[in-house]
Design a protein around this ligand. Structure first.
Ligand code: SAH
Length: 305
């Protein structure tokens, strides 16, 4: 990794590579313990994605991506563990190999952008869920994060980011629905600047807590109604909405740069169906919409709580 890139993407490398101290090993890894301190979650909406649909749109140009240096992945705690220190299940979960297997499944399911795959291999998803759910962190499942919300499935996160990027260099990206902060962390590995908005204050606070040990410098979290977007930081190269509305808010369409892309689940009036929708801004007053996969997300709501 170049020095410049290391400055931009120092995602928890020091944290994750260092050897656990003996006290930490006895009581479980410090970061896992930290996550344990968060309040217990109600089991909320399931947020599962339906069948994967057409992949065509994301297949575009990959040249820029191919030129990017591979991210240095964190060493596994299994590898970092001191000799003779028994490693518990939580340690095993933090392993790079577990994430690598997840990434192999993503690749098999059609995710092809190497930057997205690297990001998915790098971000420790187990640090964004309740410790009681950590054993499921690398399964392709949405999991409850409290407040009737969920962390999105890895396959959906990867799919949305790949669609939003379409092989382009991303300078500025906006996420609506920070939740626990996982997708923002993945985006931080793909884009230069990530802005993310959450309307539920305790989740906004939790995302901050989850992200703090990873020391990611290029994420800015905002508490507010994401339907309004972030006009002060616009225009964005990509906008990813992690909750389903009945439409895509006009304010967000206006905050796309020309040529930029927005990816969002959009629900039908009867509330029965949601379709992952890609919107490309083709001109000052022109947008092109494609309807892709069937998905299921928690609702996009107005106002803040
Ligand atoms: N990005 C998350 C997914 C969180 S679930 C991940 O990494 O897995 C979707 C989130 O969208 C919820 O936390 C919900 O509170 C939030 N949300 C819903 N409507 C919103 C709105 N109008 N503005 C901002 N956040 C919203």
């Amino acid at each position: 990794m170049t020095g410049e890139r290391a400055k931009r993407f120092p995602l928890g490398l020091e944290d994750l590579v260092r050897e656990p101290r003996r006290s930490e090993v006895r009581s479980g890894d410090a970061r896992v313990t930290k996550v344990a301190a968060v309040e217990s979650r109600a089991s909320g909406a399931s947020g599962v994605a339906g069948p994967q649909g057409a992949r065509a749109a994301a297949a575009g140009k990959r040249n820029d991506a191919a030129r990017q240096p591979a991210l240095r992945l964190p060493a596994t705690l299994e590898r970092a563990g001191a000799p003779n220190v028994p490693l518990n299940r939580a340690h095993a979960l933090t392993s790079e190999r577990v994430r690598e297997r997840m990434v192999e499944r993503l690749r098999a399911n059609g995710v092809a952008d190497p930057r997205v795959l690297n990001a998915m291999a790098t971000v420790p998803r187990h640090m964004f869920v309740d410790p009681g759910l950590a054993t499921q962190a690398y399964e392709d499942a949405a999991l409850p994060i409290g407040h009737h919300q969920t962390i999105s499935k890895p396959s959906v996160v990867a799919r949305m980011i790949e669609l939003a990027a379409a092989g382009r260099e991303l300078n500025s990206v906006l996420e609506i629905g920070t939740g626990c902060g996982y997708q923002a962390a993945v985006l931080s590995q793909v884009a230069r600047d990530v802005y993310s908005i959450e309307r539920v204050r305790p989740l906004y606070e939790r995302a901050k807590t989850n992200l703090r040990p990873l020391r990611i410098p290029n994420i800015r979290l905002h508490y507010g109604d994401g339907r309004i977007g972030l006009p002060a930081a616009a225009p964005f190269d990509a906008i990813v909405i992690a909750a389903a509305g009945l439409d895509v808010p006009q304010a967000l369409l206006e905050q796309l740069a020309i040529g930029a892309r927005l990816v969002a689940p959009v629900g039908t009036q009867d509330g029965q169906t949601q379709v992952l929708t890609l919107v490309e801004r083709t001109g000052p007053t022109q947008w092109r919409e494609s309807r892709l996969d069937r998905v299921f997300f928690v609702p996009l709501k107005s106002g803040v709580i």
